[in-house]
Write a protein of this length. Sequence first.
Lengths: 115, 443
Amino acid sequence: MGNLSIMPLVVALPAFLLIGYTIVDIVRRTDLNGGRKVVWAAAVVVLPVIGTFAYLLARPFQDPAHVTLRGNERTHAVVALIEQRAAGSITQDEFTEKKRAVFDEAVDTHRARYS
Amino acid sequence: MPDIGPKQTRRERFIRKLAGVLVRGIYRRVDVYRADDVAAGPQLSVSNHFGGFADPLLLIYAMPRVPRIVARDVIWKYPIVRSIMNWAGAIPVHKPEDRGPGSNDVMFGSAYEALDEGSHVVIFPEGITRDEPSIGRVKTGAARIVLGARATGTEGIHVTPAGIHYEDKASLRSDVSILIGQSIDLDASIDEYVAPGDDPGPENRAAVRSLTAAIEREIRRVAPDFTDWQQARALTAGSEILLRTLADDPRHPIPTADRDALAGHLGRKPPEEKEQVTVAVTRYNEQLADLGLDDSRLLSGMTGKRFIRRSLGLLLLAAILLPFAVVGAIINWIPYLLVKAVGLLRVAPAVLSTAKPLAAIFFFGISWGLTLWGVFREWDAGGVLLAAMLLPLYLGAVIVFLETAQTLWSSFRTWRRLRRARSSGDIIAAERRAVLDVLVEAL
């Protein structure tokens, strides 16, 4: 078969990378105890194809959700101001003044960066 | 990222994993923001319904517990679909406009039973998919299910609102964000819906009406709910401008769930304020569009030096991926073209958001099945396992290769256009400051 020469590249290389990734994933998981990690790692090393396939099939799915806004301190400050305003713990004038201050500071920081 | 808490059955784990693999193939970025921490007990999630088949798939992916989906009974007519729906634990609902025999006593029975077992049930209370960026009339089914289940003795029911935001629901590999809001604790808040001494069951029309209104309000808080598409686009873009201004580094992409949550906040402002923001943002975006730019490109700081540095990395990635992308392209070009052909159908976006993912699953499934069969004939079962793991990687290589090429091209154009727009830099900066002032004022 003429295409045999490209087989190591397109089949063996990704297969090795996948097995390597699998072992790294087993080691780094926090929800498995040491014994189970050893068993899975041994399975992947001894029977690479079957072991990796079984591991990837059995591995629980990770929760994709994040539970807070992912913005930085400024974003969280603005969100907190909105919430305080909604709860009535600050007045409309305080809210307006404080939110403007946050944005002015942000704009100044960026201007300093780019000029 | 922590793994999920609640114990799941093997079947549920498999359903969730399958949904996860499909979602990651079908969409580019799926950003989930969950304010709610209900992880056990009877739970009814209520969601907007913009995307047909895509909606339940995304919710299975995004929710910590695999939900049982309440779906129209007409799809149970098709043999294979029926088996899949039953296996996934879906609950059929009969709609009068579908005609034919059927009543909803069975649906209510199954839903009560599911909640009584402490399961998680998902319903789309608008009943039909929508192509407008707003919430339609919320029907009473959800309220009747939870009041009925509570009347039969189920305690601790939570009603959780969910909002699915599609960047472009008619195209594959687009972005989606999902916002999951605070749950209504039915037992704790029952007095808000049922007057003291009244029947707390699903026959109490006033209670059903007031709980339905509460559900509708909660869905509107998390789902896209705008007057029209222009306003939806403008407030979403405005939210992005605000968050980009606040960001430590405005070159980084804005998390879409954060953006859509803030856009929702702007969407709840009085109509005249929304109108003001819409006009200002639309004008700003049009001015930038005349220069071939948008706000993210304007703040990208893409100089020639930066472009070259960036493109070196991207070119290296593309070069490494090329051989695998070629293999992936050879295996996948036929199903790709077939899915493309489905996209040419002149139907509503909500229909495409059902048809395209299904067509992709079907055509890629057949093509991969045939490839695996070929490998089995040529080699052995071990080869099939290896191929089954490598096929997704090859497709991934094609996708990443193409998306890298796209990024490269887009960065190049950003650099050229920013250079051309440099002479009017001060004017643009003043315009941005003006639109930002309007947005901050409206916040």
